[in-house]
Unconditional design. Structure first.
Length: 262
């Protein structure tokens, strides 16, 4: 674990149950998924930015974790601006590109919407440990333990894929079959990695079954997953941000329910 990760896991946000983080992210994202307007996304984003300093992350950590979001949001907005549905005044009309007043408004709404949905999710889940998340899903949400533990075991194996890929690449180079034909080499290595993953998954499933992970009895847990006032406070903050965004859009008259008729 790097120094950056260790500092992030000791912040205020790290002590909150991952289930509450999942719930708060869902509460914020849900109304923004059903509407596409500038006001609701802008209000949600502003409120989130005001609360980010209390998340326990330094600015360097924040930018390192969220830079893909800041890169993807403008690119998405650019696509909407160039190829979105045209309405109002048309500024540019060339081949497939049509930039209009309506497409620019949709692009701005899309930009703010992506940021408002993605930023809190990244910040809230930056310190989530897979084991803590599995404990919360099984003990708080009471999801089937067999499913949760199987998913946790599979997630723990994801980190081995990169090592396996490197080992396969070195082995093929040692045999002299990795010097040309990049596409063919990639497909061959992908198939070999798939076979290796299936074999490892079968062995892991057998080992877990032998240790009683699939027994039809009530499970005990090494660590208790608690859901207290911190978690309810975070959920309430997420609900308040959603309510403020929806109310602002309705009052201003920009609420645009994208699943509605017409």
């Amino acid at each position: 674990m790097t120094l950056l990760d260790s500092r992030a896991r000791t912040g205020v946000i790290a002590r909150i149950n991952p289930v509450a983080k999942l719930g708060a992210s869902a509460l914020i994202a849900l109304p923004l998924i059903f509407t596409l307007d500038v006001v609701s996304a802008a209000v949600a984003l502003v409120l989130e930015l005001l609360l980010l300093p209390f998340a326990g992350l330094g600015w360097r950590e924040f930018w390192l974790r969220t830079w893909p979001v800041w890169l993807a949001a403008p690119l998405t907005a650019l696509t909407i601006a160039l190829y979105g549905e045209a309405s109002g005044t048309v500024y540019v009309d060339w081949f497939l590109v049509r930039i209009s007043e309506g497409s620019l408004e949709l692009a701005l709404a899309t930009l703010l919407r992506v940021l408002a949905i993605a930023l809190p999710s990244v910040v809230l889940f930056v310190t989530v440990d897979p084991t803590d998340l599995a404990d919360g899903l099984a003990q708080v949400l009471h999801l089937p333990a067999r499913f949760v533990l199987g998913a946790l075991a599979g997630l723990r194996m994801v980190g081995l894929f990169l090592d396996d890929w490197r080992a396969l690449e070195l082995a093929r180079r040692a045999r002299g079959v990795a010097d040309r034909g990049r596409i063919r080499r990639f497909l061959g290595m992908a198939f070999a990695l798939l076979v290796l993953s299936i074999r490892r998954g079968s062995k892991l499933a057998t080992a877990m079954e032998a240790r009683g992970f699939g027994a039809p009895v009530r499970r005990t847990w090494a660590r208790v997953s608690r859901f207290g006032w911190r978690e309810w406070t975070l959920m309430a903050i997420g609900a308040a941000i959603s309510a403020a965004a929806v109310c602002a859009a309705v009052v201003v008259g920009t609420w645009n329910f994208i699943l509605g008729p017409g």
